[in-house]
Every structure is written in C-alpha cells, then in structure tokens.
Design a protein. Sequence first.
Length: 337
Amino acid sequence: MLTTLRSLTLMLVVLCALSTSVFGAKSKTGFTSFVVGNPADAQPAQTLSPGLVLMGGGTDVDAAFQWMCQRAGGGDFLVIRTTGTDAYNPYIQELCPQMDSVETIIITSVTGANSAYVSTQIQNAESLWIAGGDQSTYVELWRGTAVQTGVNFLLNSKQAPVGGTSAGLAVLSQFIYTGALGSVTSSQALANPFHRYVTLDRDLFQSALGLDKLYDSHFVTRDRMGRSLVFLARIVNNGWAAQPRGIGIDERTALLVLPSGAATMVGTGAAYFLHAPGPAQVLADRTPMTYLNIGVYKVPQGGTFNFSTWTGTGGVAYTLNVNNGSVTSTQAGGDIY
C-alpha cells in the first residue's frame, strides 16, 4: 500500500511538472514560444538603461543576467534561439523576480523569423538574450527578416539591454565567424588561413559597440587565439576594415558594457582584446600564415576595458607574432594567453 501511494505521488509530481512546462507554450509555423509570468506587454514605470552583455559560453554567469534585468525596468525579458529548450525561463525568473515575464522563442525557419508574433515580441521586449547554439543558422534564418529588424530596433532605437553567449555572442559583432561548414581549429586556420572552415560574414546586427570587431567565445578552453588572429587577417584581406579588433572571452565569463564603451568583468575568467595592425605579411591559400605585431590586452576579473579608447586597467598588454603558422608572445613566459 505504501509503495502504491509513493507511486501515485510520483506520478502527480511528474504530471504537475509537465503541465507547468507546457502551460504558456505557443507553437506556430516556424517558431515555438514559451512564456512564464504575465503574457501581456509590460509597461514598466522605470526608464530603460541600455547596455551590452558579451558572454563567453559554458556555464552562464548569474550576475550578467541580474545586471540586464536591473537595466530593463521590470519589463519583459526575451530569449531567442533556433534550437534548444525553454530552460532559460525558470533560470532568469529566479534570478530576476522583478521582471514582468520571461519568454523563450525558438525560431526554426525564415517564416517564423518573419511572423507577426515574433516581430511584436522582440520589439516589445525590455531586455533580449541571444542563446548559444549554431551561429550559422542565426545568420541564415534571421538575415533580412523581422528578427534582424527587431533586434536592431532594441539596440539602436529602444536602447534596451541586449546580450548573447557563444553563438549568440558571435552574431553581435559586425564581423561574424559563422562556422557554416564546420568549426575551424586554431591549428587548421594558422596552417591554411583559407581553409574551407574559415567562413566569415558581416552585418547581421548593427551595434555601435560591435563596429569593426569580431567576437569569439570558449576562448582559452578551446584554444581559439590562433583562429581569431586568422579571422582578423582575413577581414583586412577582404577589405572590410583596415585595422579590425577582436574580443575573445573565456567560458563562465561576461563583459558588461555601457553605451560609452566602459566594460567591467563578471564571472571567473578573462577577456582578450586584439588589435590588428593592418594586413598580414603572408596570407595565401594552403600556406601557413605570417602576421606580426598584433596587440593584445588581457583583462582578468577585477580589470576594466574601454571599447572607445581601446585601453584597459588591471590587465596586461603584450604582442603576438605569427611566423609560418606558429604563434609567439612577448608576455612573460611566452604564454599567448
């Protein structure tokens, strides 16, 4: 009898959990939406404070979401992605109980990206988060759609806080490594800067802070310094920018960036600010790259950096040189990171 009662109790718990996750779900052609909280458009009493969160992937940084919520005036927090689940909803709701709602929209087609509902929800949001996933699908499904228009509206007109992690980070810079054909490693890119996996795009979203920049995530964990140097060289070679800049961010790490460009760090890792000096000395197909005098400023926790002046505090400046595909550093001990 006791075993039967326990089984019935377990079944009730499971059913309640299922009903909670399904409640508030809206599935239409090309997208699925999950909402917790008030589904109506919020009318926050507080004025929005713009800001940009750049997160390096891996475990999410609680403080970054709390910072966004504080700047969102208690309105609606929206998460967009092309795959995955609504797992951000309870996480953000717990961190930010002041928010009127938290919604995740999984956008799986161009039709969904152009739907009236998706367009309205993005433009009505007081804070927007672009989840991790596959940035090539973001570029493919969102370019030229209501998603692109809506995110640019939040960044440039509504002045709402916006952020992203991993793939969501990658699409917030002007220049984008898409990984459309596969994820290139540093060794592959340095040995052949025109490797078929080096797929670059640009201008999905127009953020003033992202101008002339390329963001890369999982930076130290996946040893991505070398490939970022190749990306910068390719951007110059494409004629997109004379001296582009790269930002590589560790996992479990986020930059909180004000509109002025002043950035502070939260999490556990560091960020790396790269400044390309111009064209590479050797940049050719199936030929190891040579690229000299790339400036780096490493910002650890407790340090700061200003996107406008490209200067930092509390960090270390050094130079990287690539000779015949091999990266060396002027940093103490020769560490490229």
